[in-house]
Design a protein around this ligand. Structure first.
Ligand SMILES: Cc1ncc(COP(=O)(O)O)c(C=O)c1O
Length: 356
């Protein structure tokens, strides 16, 4: 892409499978806009409920392997609507320390007791889980792939603990959907566990916009009736729904995309590590290079851009203070040579920095 007019290799977005500009996805968006117009024209409960929303929900549920699914206008709103519906003042939500901001805000808004366990630490989670028998509902909420570190939730250990303590398991798989697991169903499939509720995002691997909750038919009905971020907002634009439907079928038919993406990420991770960069716990398509210092991070970010590589400089509050980093998110369509070029640029910049 071009950044301020200069060509750059893009390693900074969530269009992981390069579907946002895919001709099939764009045509489907165009066709949906032509058929339904550019706006849904209201809330789903008033006059914004369109056939294309329900068709997409059926397809998402089939993909997720759940009874049903419910669209939300964004992932942020899905977390808000779901968690405030499931938990109230007599309940407890147990949340990973690095969960997404929308989960943190949802917990606050729910007025449930919130307990936080050390990031991706089943032992710490179990210690907490054993102290919660006084609450009515007990809910474990975790991201599937942590968006700033690129590690995957240790669901194989966390879920059995949650089951032992009769907790409901909610998984926000914004970055795992379409990428992880044998068929691209995401982190739960990767970890070979069943969770109770999954949140999927249409604005990342699916190259569109919006999100959904995949769940039982009963929970879907409940959410329709109580989720304020579902009820009091405009329904998703028809073009976004059309694009997501097309992207979902590409994801089903072209597994090479997720395989290529994970291969590019591994190549990048190995290359950065070989150049002395700390890639932390990354094991997915999200690859950080953790520097710690804000200024050094932004200096490296700008120097890389001047050499035609775009990676995000991330600072507090997106990551803990002192955890500043460059965050690379390759795409399945980067060539092996392009990733080599990125690695070469960063080796040279690291060398230049240590000799400054
Ligand atoms: C884990 C996670 N959950 C939720 C969201 C919010 O999704 P959206 O951008 O659709 O609001 C994001 C990303 O932005 C995310 O990374």
């Amino acid at each position: 892409m071009r950044v301020d007019g200069q060509p750059a290799l893009m390693l900074g977005g969530s269009n992981y499978l390069d579907l946002a500009g895919d001709e099939r996805v764009v045509s489907a968006a165009r066709a949906a806009a032509r058929e339904y117009g550019c706006a849904a024209g209201g809330s789903r409960l008033i006059n914004g409920n369109l056939e294309i929303h329900e068709a997409l929900e059926r397809e998402l549920a089939a993909f997720a392997g759940t009874e049903s699914a419910l669209l939300f206008s964004t992932g942020y709103m899905a977390n808000l609507g779901l968690i405030t519906a499931l938990a109230g003042p007599e309940d407890v939500v147990v949340s990973d320390a690095l969960n997404h901001a929308s989960i943190i805000d949802a917990c606050r808004l729910s007025r449930a007791e919130t307990r936080v366990f050390r990031h991706n630490d089943p032992e710490d989670f179990e210690k907490l889980a054993g102290t919660l028998s006084g609450f009515r509902e007990r809910i474990l909420v975790a991201d599937g792939v942590y968006s700033m570190d690129g590690d995957i939730a240790r669901l194989r250990e966390l879920v059995p603990i949650a089951r032992r303590y009769e907790m409901r398991v909610v998984l926000d798989d914004a970055h795992g959907l379409g990428i992880l697991g044998e068929t691209g169903r995401g982190s739960a499939e990767h970890e070979q566990v069943e969770v109770d509720v999954q949140i999927g995002n249409l604005g990342k691997a699916l190259g569109s916009f919006g999100a959904y909750v995949a769940c039982s038919a009963t929970l879907r009905e409940f959410l329709i009736n109580v989720s304020r971020s579902f009820i009091f907002t405009c329904a998703p634009a028809p073009a976004a729904a059309g694009a997501a439907r097309a992207a979902l079928s590409v994801i089903r038919e072209e597994p090479w995309r997720r395989r290529a993406l994970l291969e590019r990420a591994a190549q990048l991770r190995d290359g950065l590590r070989a150049g002395g960069f700390d890639t932390g716990l990354s094991e997915s398509q999200i690859v950080p290079a953790i520097l710690g210092d804000n200024q050094a991070t932004m200096r490296l970010c700008n120097a890389a851009l001047a050499r035609g590589v775009y990676a995000h400089g991330i600072r507090y509050p997106s990551v803990p203070d002192g955890g500043a980093r460059l965050r690379f998110t390759p795409m399945c369509s980067h060539t092996l040579e392009e990733i080599d070029e990125v690695v070469r640029v960063f080796h040279e910049l690291a060398h230049a920095d240590t000799h400054e």
